[in-house]
Design a protein around this ligand. Structure first.
Ligand SMILES: *Cc1c(COP(=O)(O)O)cnc(C)c1O
Length: 423
């Protein structure tokens, strides 16, 4: 069993839905990102069924995987989008996404991005500082528009996750200290071109317990009441994203557990009228993808063995950036003897170029491996370091496979570069 239901061995061969991965490797080459359409749908369904008839807008945190095919699939299923740049806005508009279901997050929104989002008509700007508030007011006023806003508050709770993906502690760069929020809301009220519609927080990523969300919610509820006492009434409450997935043996929080707890707290405080917004990214796509790679060489050292594969840190940076653990699964497992332990590494000229460490693997040169849980923060964080073309992205749908982004061609990597004039 792998961590991903739509990536399972059948007759000793790992499949994506009904397609054998060796076939995809043959057809499209490696390394290769392979996603499952049904996995995307199932992940969406876990939110939809948990929501029932409650008032919740799920805005897909699209930086996890922003391929147009993935965005279009979620749009069709009913998702809104959480964007963090003008580039992401352009992607949503390119697939015909509804701007009134877009929330715009991020600490460093530039004036042109604000203008583009105002022109599109987004649902809400999640404002992260007083300075940003002033700039947004000026941009909206100059455009003769009104910007709907939430303040992203920093509730100072520990999401109990990796420091690089923890965003709700007071020494993080994100959000406005919750103790200062009332003052900034009042400032917003006094500025032209702004309309207060909600409050927002996003405390981190790969969160596996409900506790941190409820701690944050508690503080937000107190703030909402204080705001109401000062005549500031909100239409929505955005709890951000961050729901974790199973990479190895985690038991992640389910959308149903989160929603049941959140709605209970809202009800206990007489706040059921608020619309709830969620911004899940990883939990909608993480286990919907694998990174398929081929073993180029095996290197048996004195203290360590290395499996040198054709995927590298430029294709999946999470292991070296966050010390993240990804399952590594032989596509056609070899039975038998006690297997050696390997560090699975790529060809990039960096000691930090590793995908997995100390894994017991019965493998030989030329074997295919699937690096699991590569649907989120894999392609979107990929680079062309070492002039490596980024791999193709494939979506499998039953027995069919669709190229949703072709492998980059080497000549295209430097096609727009020029040399200096000679003296
Ligand atoms: C990254 C991000 C998300 C999505 O986070 P996941 O952990 O992938 O669910 C949601 N909201 C904001 C503001 C983000 O920065």
């Amino acid at each position: 069993m792998t961590v991903a239901p739509h990536f399972q061995h059948k007759n000793g061969v790992l499949h994506a839905e009904d397609v054998a991965l060796p076939l995809l490797a043959q057809k499209h080459g490696t390394p290769l990102y392979v996603y499952s359409r049904q996995a995307l749908r199932d992940a969406w369904e876990s939110y939809r069924s948990a929501i029932g008839d409650r008032k919740v807008l799920v805005c897909y945190g699209m930086k996890a995987n922003s391929n147009l095919a993935v965005l279009h699939e979620f749009k069709t299923l009913g998702a809104g989008f959480d964007i963090v740049s003008g580039g992401e806005l352009a992607r949503v508009l390119a697939i015909g996404g509804d701007p009134s279901r877009i929330v715009f997050s991020g600490v460093g929104k530039q004036a042109w991005e604000m203008k583009a989002a105002l022109d599109a008509g987004v649902k809400c700007f999640n404002v992260e500082s007083e300075a940003e508030l002033l700039q947004l007011s000026a941009v909206a006023d100059a455009e003769g528009k009104t910007a709907p806003i939430s303040l992203r508050v920093n509730p100072d709770v520990d999401a109990k996750t990796h420091p690089y993906i923890s965003t709700g502690l007071k020494d993080n760069k994100f959000g406005i200290a919750i103790g200062h929020a009332l003052t900034v809301y009042q400032r917003a009220q006094s500025l032209p071109g702004l309309r207060i519609v909600g409050v927002d927080c996003h405390i981190g990523s790969q969160i596996t317990e409900v506790g941190p969300y409820l701690d944050a919610l508690d503080k937000l509820i107190k703030l909402i009441k204080t705001l109401a006492e000062h005549g500031i009434r909100l239409a929505h409450l955005d709890l951000g994203g961050g729901i974790g997935i199973r990479y190895t043996d985690e038991t992640p929080l389910s959308p149903a557990t989160l929603l049941d707890n959140v709605f209970q707290a809202l009800k206990d405080n007489g706040l059921e009228h608020l619309e709830l917004v969620l911004e899940p990214g990883r939990s909608l796509v993480g286990n919907a993808g694998v990174l398929l790679t081929k073993v180029e060489y095996l290197k048996h050292g004195e203290t360590k063995n290395f499996a040198i594969v054709d995927a590298a840190m430029n294709d999946l940076i999470r292991p070296t950036l966050y010390s993240a653990w990804h399952g590594v699964v032989p596509v056609v497992p070899r039975g038998g003897a006690e297997a050696p332990h390997y560090d699975v590494v790529g060809p990039v000229c960096e000691s930090g170029d590793w995908l997995a460490r100390d894994r017991q693997l019965n493998i030989q040169q030329g074997d295919l491996l699937a690096v699991m849980s590569a649907g989120a923060y894999a392609f979107t964080m990929a680079s062309q370091y070492n002039t490596r073309p980024r791999p193709a992205e494939i979506i499998v749908d039953g027995k069919a496979d669709h190229v949703v982004r072709p492998r980059e061609r080497i000549q295209d990597l430097f096609a727009t570069e020029t040399t200096l004039p000679t003296a």
